[in-house]
Write a protein that binds this ligand. Structure first.
Ligand SMILES: [Ca+2]
Ligand SMILES: [Ca+2]
Length: 214
């Protein structure tokens, strides 16, 4: 630093400090920018969709049709008053932008206690994020485990690491192709009762999600 630094007024020093910090992001090759996402608009859309009693907040009873928001409820409800406001939801989605990696995800599926092989597992973003996030998909192996990834055309660049963007997803599971559908309706298609949040501090980061179908 030049010796004249002590003569600078504080605001000049601040600007210089910012100038030193901002370009200082180290370049790591496998970083992936978070998807463009207007969290405020998405949060408003969610409130419009689910706020049945019109009080501007979402309670657990209003989210029975959203397994993803139900799973994430405690992490979204920052002040723990058992209601999710647009601000809380927006803040939660903003937190996804702090990461710079895709989230690798494997999950395991059992049907009535036995590993379900050949099952197609789809992670479908919730309606209010449908235009922002790609669908992820995987097929379970003989042990019932599937690695979920987005289609090649949705990947941010060709050699991007495998994984998914953070988000709220419904999980749709269907049985092996070509045979009779063995998976009960409660887990297939848009009416699936399964869902989760992929976030950098969500349980799916600690442990592969388990889907014990009954
Ligand atoms: Ca409400
Ligand atoms: Ca709250």
């Amino acid at each position: 630093m030049p010796g004249s630094a002590s003569k600078r007024t504080p605001w000049v020093s601040s600007i210089l400090t910012m100038g030193l910090v901002l370009p200082g992001c180290s370049h790591r090759p496998r970083e992936v920018a978070p998807p463009e996402l207007n969290a405020g608009a998405a949060a408003s859309a969610a409130i419009s969709q689910y706020d049945k009693d019109g009080d501007g907040a979402l309670r657990a009873s209003e989210l029975s049709s959203s397994p993803a928001l139900t799973e994430a409820f405690g992490r979204i409800d920052a002040d723990h008053d058992q209601a999710i406001t647009a601000a809380e939801l927006s803040q939660r989605m903003e937190s996804w932008k702090q990461g710079s990696t895709l989230i690798p995800l494997t999950c395991s599926v059992t049907l009535r206690g036995k590993p379900l092989a050949g099952a197609r597992v789809r992670l479908v973003p919730v309606e209010f994020l449908a235009k922002d996030l790609p669908v992820g998909e995987g097929v379970t192996d003989e042990t019932g485990v599937a690695a979920i990834s987005m289609p090649d055309e949705a990947r941010p660049f060709a050699d991007a690491p495998a994984g998914m963007y953070p988000g709220f997803y419904r999980v749709e599971i269907s049985g092996p192709e070509g045979g009779r559908e063995v998976v009960p309706d409660a887990y297939t298609g848009e009416k699936s009762s399964l869902g989760l949040e992929l976030g950098y501090d969500s349980p799916s980061m600690q442990r592969a999600p388990q889907f014990p179908l009954k």
